[in-house]
Design a protein around this ligand. Sequence first.
Ligand code: AMP
Ligand code: MG
Length: 461
Amino acid sequence: MKNSLKFKDLGADFFAHIQTQRLENPSLIHVNQNLKQELNLSITDQEFLEICSGDKQLGQERPISTVYAGHQFGYFVPQLGDGRSCLIGELEGNELSLKGAGTSPFSRGADGRAVLRSSIREYLCSIAMQGLNIPTTKALAIVTSSSEVYREHVESAAIVTRVAESHIRFGHFEYFSSLGQNENVKKLANFVIKYYMPDVKQGDYLGMLREVIQSTAIMIARWQAQGFSHGVMNTDNMSILGLTIDYGPFSFMEAYDPGFICNHSDTQGRYSFERQPSVALWNLHRLADTLKTLIEEEQLKEALSMYEKILVKEYSLLMRNKFGFAVQDESDNAIINNFLELLYTNKKDYHQSIRLLSNDDQSSLGKAFDPWFKDYRKRLKIETEDPSQRRALMNKVNPKYILRNYLAEVAIRSAEDQNEYAEIDSLFKLLRAPFAEYEGYESYDSETPEWAQNLELSCSS
Ligand code: AMP
Ligand code: MG
């Protein structure tokens, strides 16, 4: 099998070879078949299982774990690295990474494992983000096992196979910069430009930074428009390609609340929903700090000043699409903001409520929304598209199905308690194309039921 990891070209300072550690009785519980096909992985099911559980190498490739640093909750940690993940090879220009296949020199005393619960969440969210057109690492397969791991309780160990063009993070740059190894910073920048930024000329480090700023701003704009909270926006969880990476205590917002904090461990709300845009900018500043020997200070500043404009432009475009505004009008922002304000004061579900707009259904939102609907209908009169066309376009950006925590929890419980995986399959199907409506799945857009009101998510995974 032809297969070689470009990352290894960077040299021994950047990674360590590792040996994956086997799980007891591994079995596949779900496979992203389309992705498997895209990767041209024509091997037997048995071989596929062995590769995804770390029992067999991909071709001749020896797995590696990479070293990086990062600002965690604002504080610099000089060495983190792939403590429980490793790159196992490359197919069709995509790196394959196992998360949970055992320890590496960067495990810092932890067990190198991932629990089934968080692996299912990562697997489902990866497909949900793709469905919503939000850049993300992908997930190829999920393996469970009878190996036990210890978190707050004993849990099953699992492995998710992640797929991305590159898993390089801001933290990779920070690691070498903090050691004063500026030659390695330069080497890494050259590598990123050469392989991942076809539009940037070799040696154009400013061009590279601009690309990172651009793709990060677009990613964050889409998070904000689709109500996604990442939960742990440390610089080691920021992809150099602007992909959503490292799914932990993430949540999609339900009742609209800008101050929403999805991570129970984030007591200060550093990573609350409304702070995500400014945190990403802060993170970009930390990346820019590492490039000071390659880019003039003034140019760094100028590049960083582009961020807000790109983000606002993308966010406005998405929000205008969500409300069905194709024609520009100066009242648009006010109408959108007034609606969000009403959602907040009336504790209404973000996704369901906006989806209702396409059906012009104001009855289920209640009396408080009547004056707003009057303004909205008046505003829509200047639109030139016919209403049915407009609704169809709105329904392409307003999802019917969202990965609500309780839905993931139902799938997790049946997997953990009954070794039943049908629920994962159902969610996978709905979330990969969440704008369509599926017969027989009417209840999957329902709000959180009573029993799941107090589900808590933390960094434990
Ligand atoms: P995360 O919050 O999952 O992004 O992880 C932060 C850092 O801790 C990364 O360097 C991870 O590789 C490492 N880490 C998290 N959980 C484990 C674990 N169970 N074993 C080894 N390293 C871990
Ligand atoms: Mg991480």
